[in-house]
Ligand binder design. Structure first.
Ligand code: AKB
Length: 316
């Protein structure tokens, strides 16, 4: 049976690449992009697009009905640093937007993908090899909306039989669309600056480890999870996933293999540093591997080589 997807927040870092991949795989007409803005829409190529503020349920219902949507990939949301600057707005968009999405999905019987995050963990979570099922007491509004989202999605699955699935994304590194307002953004900015200036001042301190993943692996993971046999899923919302864990020094050392003169300095941002310190150093991803075959392809050096090659082309 042909699926009809709606991707909310599709002009963000994940959405632009997810829409393109889904359109290749399922056909452009079957993948509707939506966002609150149109900046960057040309990156999506051909296919349906709708303006959507996820706080407005009526618009969401209209789009789901118009395109006969059966799967909603709900990416619209604010990231961690913006969420700390605007906690009330973060709650309205992240938690309110997801609630609206789940309610529409319940009425129209849609499957839902929800992107949780390493931010769903907090300072009293085990930092190393963080288990799939463990303490989740995040210290940020962004993290609170992510735990809320995980619980809501599990609730809608158990109470209404909705097919809800999700992953806890680590920091995502990509060259297509830059992230905006996240704590892991340093790991993207560093590549742009390495090429442009041969130097980068990191807002995250040396010795701060966080989980990361290259975007092609993240996109594959979303599609693989949504296509997985539901009878094999013991967990649903949300699976730990990660491909690597590094600190700014290790990332700089990887860049130096390709740009030997690259130098790294520090201008640490206390807000984002304290967020980073409240997140795990490295996740245990065994549940994702066992239940749906999660298998990322890129390690740090392979990602660096590919990132730099693509950025050299685009920044020429
Ligand atoms: C952020 O840094 O806010 C995001 C995330 C890890 O969820 N990249």
């Amino acid at each position: 049976m042909v699926k009809n997807f709606l991707v909310t927040g599709c002009l963000g870092q994940i959405g632009t690449e997810l829409v393109k991949k889904l359109r290749c795989q399922y056909g452009s007409d079957h993948v509707v992009g939506s966002d609150i803005k149109t900046t960057g829409i040309e990156k999506l190529g051909d296919g349906p697009f709708e303006i959507l503020d996820v706080r407005e349920s009526d618009t969401l219902v209209r789009i789901v009905e118009k395109y006969n949507i059966d799967t909603i990939l709900h990416l619209a949301g604010l990231l961690s640093a913006v969420g700390e600057a605007k906690p009330q707005l973060a709650w309205q968009i992240n938690a309110g937007g997801l609630f609206n999405t789940l309610e529409v999905a319940r009425e129209k019987q849609c499957a839902v993908f929800f992107p949780s995050s390493i931010a769903a963990f907090g300072p009293n979570t085990p930092l190393d090899h963080t288990p799939q099922d463990t303490i989740q007491r995040p210290a940020t509004m962004y993290g609170i909306t992510k735990v809320t989202g995980e619980l809501l999605c599990d609730y809608y699955h158990k109470k209404y039989g909705l097919d809800t699935r999700g992953v806890r994304f680590p920091g995502l590194i990509s060259y297509e669309t830059e992230p905006g307002g996240g704590t892991t953004d340093y790991a993207v900015e560093i590549y742009y600056k390495a090429i442009a200036d041969g130097h980068y001042d990191s807002f995250i301190a040396a010795g701060t480890y966080m989980d990361m993943m290259y975007m092609p692996d993240a996109i594959d993971a979303v599609i693989q999870l949504m296509e997985a046999d539901s009878s094999k899923l013991k967990h649903r919302n949300a699976f730990n996933i990660s491909a690597m864990s590094f600190d700014p020094e290790e990332l700089a050392a990887s860049i130096r293999k390709y740009i030997p003169h690259f130098t790294l300095g520090y201008k640490v941002d206390p807000v984002r540093q304290s967020i980073a310190e409240s997140w795990p150093n490295s996740l245990d991803v065994s549940a994702a591997r066992e239940e749906w075959g999660f298998d990322p392809k890129y390690d740090l050096d392979k990602m660096t080589e590919d990132m730099l090659a693509h950025l050299k082309e685009t920044l020429k």
